[in-house]
Design a protein around this ligand. Structure first.
Ligand code: COA
Ligand code: NAD
Length: 649
């Protein structure tokens, strides 16, 4: 059966695209549409309604086709032909009309959306720009700066905003198809609006334009595509529609072959591949309605808020009533923040608070389906908590730990049924960070693993499966490049030089700034814990210990690798720099100067060799697991794909 079918509703032809899962504009869809266009130009219905089956309007070009030569009919040619049709074409949009799907809607003479519909040009997120007239038609339909905003940021907008901007002719009240047919009948009795491509683009004064674009591209850092998208929209203003279309296509084809686009397409699919395990195929997860959270500190409060915001009931347990109150206050603070920023309504805020309770008595956990422990990072404390959980929870409840480094097998072995224990390693702030490392101990049951993956989905997080080792995937790699950065200090670099190299590479922060932000005491405690088992042959840098011994723990104490003044901005710390020079001298190391490339070479090399070891040991199943982790835990630049992708490239 064709992926595009035509049915007649009176004298209106309704074309339906049916290409699951997201109706991507594959070759078959393009051919189906071209055939339907030719047929309707011949049969001459009063108008044509274009709609999609399933969950969404066309969500874009088929990204899987981007690695091969494109096949006819090309999307730009198809859209030019649709725009030149003699009948009105009405795009009836539900779900998300993205990229090529949005461009398809722009080639239609009219657009109507379901109230929940979204439209956008997310090509920049794949290192691309729209390649089928998006940057050319859009500024001929709406305010060019708004058009640039859509193309440069890649952020979709809702139906209401789309209508205000002039993108939708109307929003459907009631059934979308009925409303689209009514619009088609109306359009059939009126002259066709002029094709967007033939319209004169409005003039935008250069300085107004430059100011707006500077704001829109401010967050692009090293990523090219937002700048290219802005340039393409500007081309569209400065050239005729037909000429601008050619320029846009050339730019699109050049970017399609660029390393950044290859990396971004890789990470797009990698994020959709991780968190799938052959072990859970066909395995039903356990129920998930009520969550228990032990500990109401930084992580416990964030995890509780994440669960509440996703519609789960949450019971928090703290050491005593005062601590429970403090934990509850942290959760309320996070929910209050969401209310203040307009992310939730007043009514939802009240409902979420009613789904939450904090207590010090474990008996409140009797109904919990899954409990996440987030108490101090101390094996004995954790084991005591798991004993208490075993006594208080129903036998089928899943017991999870949010430990950062500790042995999850050892924690599992502390209860009678280790098959119910799993690691759920959230990142801070837990209600915001998308990554969830699911740490899989040796004896965990398949349906417990399936439940953990289901929880990640319920929380709209990105699950990556990791084996048990010190630090799992994320913290193990981070510890290793943090160590390398310490070696670089002794070898000749200074903290601000390493941090600048990392930022210029595209990381949001350098490793020393990041440690100052997180607190130097955390790493210090971990180093003290490991001191007894550290091999004598291992190169050890004492500098961070010296800093901590003086009570300097980073941002929170005003001093660490950097100094922090009133404005909270880091400035170079002369004392620490003198200490670094003295340590090199004490160890007889001749300090050398490093270029930024050389610094990044050492740091990347270290990430890659640790990643290779992690793969060899089976801690990660694939390079995708490592790259998705690095991108989402530490802000490794997406447009580089991740350290393992870079290694293979
Ligand atoms: N081409 C090919 N496959 C696509 C696709 C596209 N444009 N968009 C999504 N898919 C695939 C996904 O890889 C996934 O496949 P899988 O089930 O085999 O893993 C499946 O469709 C569902 O996508 P997913 O992202 O998991 O679903 P969702 O409901 O969370 O989100 C979208 C749906 C459309 C919002 C999201 O997939 C998306 O943003 N897609 C890309 C849109 C885009 O960039 N378009 C411009 C292309 S130039
Ligand atoms: P925190 O010190 O902010 O909070 C710990 C909380 O646990 C405190 O409120 C404390 O009162 C409570 N607690 C201690 N013992 C308890 C017990 N027996 N019963 C009930 N409550 C108890 O610590 P945190 O930063 O939230 O870290 C918690 C866990 O999460 C640790 O294992 C840590 O390694 C891990 N983790 C932390 C981060 C992070 O960035 N902070 C990230 C991922 C994982």
């Amino acid at each position: 059966m064709s992926v595009v079918t035509t049915t007649m509703h009176g004298d209106i032809a309704v074309l339906t695209i049916d290409n699951p899962p997201v109706n991507a504009a594959s070759q078959a869809v393009r051919q189906g549409l071209m055939d339907a266009l030719i047929a309707t130009e011949e049969s001459k219905p009063a108008a044509v309604v274009l709609t999609c089956a399933g969950r969404t309007f066309v969500a874009g070009a088929d990204i899987r086709e981007f690695d091969k030569p494109f096949l006819e009919p090309m999307l730009p040619d198809l859209l030019n032909a649709i725009e030149a049709a003699t009948r009105p074409w009405i795009a009836a949009i539900h779900g998300t009309a993205l990229g090529g799907g949005f461009e398809l809607a722009l080639a239609c003479s009219h657009r109507i959306g379901a109230p929940s519909a979204k439209i956008g040009l997310p090509e920049v997120n794949l290192g691309l720009i729209p390649g089928a007239g998006g940057t050319v038609r859009l500024p001929r339909l709406i305010d060019p700066i708004e058009a640039a905003r859509l193309a440069v940021t890649g952020k979709p907008i809702g139906a209401e905003e789309a209508t205000q901007l002039g993108l939708f002719d109307s929003i459907a009240e009631g059934d979308l198809l009925d409303a689209a047919i009514a619009l088609a009948q109306d359009a059939a009795n009126k002259p066709l609006p002029a094709a967007l491509l033939t319209r004169q683009a409005p003039d935008v004064e250069r300085s107004t334009w430059d100011d707006a674009i500077a704001k829109l591209t401010a967050k692009a850092r090293g990523q090219n595509s937002p700048h290219e998208a802005a340039a393409a929209v500007r081309d569209a203003l400065d050239h005729s529609g037909t000429d601008a279309l050619k320029l846009e296509r050339e730019r699109f084809m050049r970017l399609k072959g660029s390393p950044q686009s290859a990396a971004l397409r890789y990470i797009f699919f990698a994020e959709r591949t991780v968190g799938k395990s052959p072990r859970t195929k066909g395995v039903a997860p356990r129920p998930l309605a009520q969550i228990g959270v032990i500990g109401g500190g930084t992580m416990g409060a964030g995890i509780a808020a994440a669960a509440l915001l996703s519609g789960l009931k949450v019971q928090m347990i703290e050491r005593d009533q005062d601590a429970a109150n403090a934990g509850a206050a942290r959760v309320e603070g996070i929910l209050g923040g969401s209310l203040k920023r307009g992310l939730i309504s007043e009514a939802k805020h009240t409902a979420l608070l009613a789904s939450f309770n904090a207590d010090s008595n474990y008996s409140a956990l009797a109904e919990a389906d899954l409990v996440i422990e987030a108490v101090f990072e101390d094996m004995d404390v954790k084991k005591q908590v798991f004993k208490a959980l075993e006594a208080a929870c129903k036998p089928e409840a899943v017991l999870a730990t949010n430990t950062s480094y500790l042995d999850v097998n050892e924690i599992a072995a502390s209860v009678a049924d280790p098959s119910r224990v799993i690691g759920l390693h959230f990142f801070s702030p837990a209600h915001i960070m998308k990554l969830l490392e699911i740490v899989v101990p040796n004896n965990v049951a398949d349906d417990v693993l399936a439940t953990a993956i289901q929880l990640a989905k319920a929380l709209r997080k990105l699950p990556v499966l990791a084996g048990v080792c010190d630090g799992f995937i994320a913290n193990r790699i981070m510890s290793s490049y943090r160590r390398e950065a310490d070696y670089l200090l002794e070898d000749g670099a200074l903290p601000h030089e390493v941090d600048a190299a990392m930022r210029n590479f595209g990381m949001p922060m350098g490793i020393f700034e990041m440690q100052d932000l997180a607190g130097l005491d955390i790493g210090w405690a971990a180093r003290k814990r490991r001191a007894a088992t550290r091999p004598a042959s291992e190169r050890y840098v004492d500098i961070p210990d010296y800093i901590c011994e003086q009570g300097h723990f980073g941002r929170k104490t005003g001093r660490g690798w950097y100094l922090y003044g009133e404005d909270g901005k880091p400035t170079r710390n002369a004392e620490v720099e003198a200490l670094i020079l003295a340590e090199s001298a004490r160890k007889g190391i001749t300090r050398q100067s490093f270029s930024e490339d050389a610094l990044m070479g050492r740091i990347l090399g270290c990430m890659q060799s640790e990643g290779t070891a992690i793969l060899a040991e089976g801690i990660a199943a694939s390079r995708e697991d490592i790259d998705v982790t690095m991108v989402n835990a530490f802000g490794f630049p997406r447009w580089m794909g991740g350290p393992m992708f870079m290694k293979d490239a």
